[in-house]
Design a protein around this ligand. Structure first.
Ligand SMILES: Cc1cc2nc3c(=O)[nH]c(=O)nc-3n(C[C@H](O)[C@H](O)[C@H](O)COP(=O)(O)O)c2cc1C
Length: 288
């Protein structure tokens, strides 16, 4: 088998997953002398179209962690992706709290779609809700680790591609988390232990808005009306795209539950979480 293309495939509303996945894929492609291509899976059109990969591809597949899991709004979209026997590297990026069962769930989703997951990693990205929690991550050090990880994943893919017995005999990659059925989605609580439900919360628009329409074009749910960006036509997943990427900084939340949760995360999670890397090996499992 011969590796023709290394793909950077990602859902990435505020582009932290994109940065990490592109760094991994760029280095992996260079290491194994393959072409690198990107598949940005964030907007509704790409997710509706789906994609079919083949055995000549190695796919670095990234999603952010939402509530300790793969974003549930993406689960249906996985059905339109076909692995076709491609080797895959599962990557989740999380906002310095934890990735809980997201990586194990992503591994399983990819395997179910016909990929062979040979390595996995949890990286850290600036939290979607915040400008201070994991601010600026992935940073220089994260990207150095991402590139190193890409080179090691490429070496592993190249050696597996040479194997006579094929990759079918590979044991399932072991990653942290609870095997299916996974734990429930992470639910934030207020000071009295009551659950905070932010599902219906939507961002507001200030007078600074000049109706450029960028937020409507960036919304992964396609939920902002282009003609009147103050109008929501669908759900808001709090991904942060319209808030963080607005050139006028005209979007904000005023919901007290959302703001309490954001501040609690910012105050409670000042320690620096570090990337975790996992590799499948012919004789078992290796993690670091
Ligand atoms: C709805 C929602 C839930 C999130 N839940 C978690 C979580 O459980 N743990 C965590 O550490 N980060 C969580 N985050 C933060 C994102 O995982 C993190 O910021 C990620 O890097 C964003 O990726 P992106 O820039 O590619 O969109 C959450 C973000 C959103 C929008």
């Amino acid at each position: 088998m011969y590796i023709k293309t290394v793909w950077a495939a990602y859902f990435s509303a505020t582009q932290t997953t994109k940065k990490t996945v592109e760094a991994i894929a760029g280095e992996a492609a260079q290491s194994c002398g393959a072409a690198m291509k990107c598949w940005d899976w964030t907007l509704p059109q790409a997710r509706t179209e789906g994609k079919a990969f083949s055995e000549e591809d190695v796919v670095i597949f990234g999603t952010p962690v939402y509530a300790g899991r793969v974003p549930n709004v993406l689960l249906g979209d996985f059905e339109r992706i076909s692995g076709g026997g491609a080797m895959a590297v599962a990557v989740c990026s999380y906002g310095n709290r934890h990735y809980d069962d997201a990586l194990i769930e992503l591994r399983d989703l990819l395997e179910r779609r016909g990929f062979r997951v040979i390595a996995a990693a949890a990286f850290i990205g600036e939290h979607s809700f915040s400008q201070t929690l994991a601010a600026g991550r992935p940073d220089k050090e994260d990207l150095r680790i991402a590139k190193q990880f890409g080179a090691r994943a490429a070496a592993l893919a190249a050696s597996l591609a040479q194997r006579q017995d094929g990759i079918e005999s590979l044991p399932k990659l072991c990653v942290p988390g609870t095997e299916a059925p996974y734990r429930g989605y992470y639910r934030p609580q207020d000071r009295s232990g009551n659950f905070i439900d932010i599902r219906r919360v939507k961002p507001l628009t200030s007078e600074a808005c000049n109706a450029c329409g960028l937020c409507a074009k960036l919304c992964p749910m396609g939920s902002i009306a282009l003609q009147d960006v103050r109008q929501f036509t669908g759900i808001c997943i709090k991904c942060g795209a319209c808030i963080k990427r607005c050139p006028q900084k005209a979007r904000y939340y005023d919901d007290s539950g959302y703001l309490y949760h954001k501040e609690e995360l910012e105050e409670g999670l000042k320690r620096r979480a570090e990337p975790e890397l996992f590799f499948s090996s012919a004789c078992g499992i290796e993690g670091e």
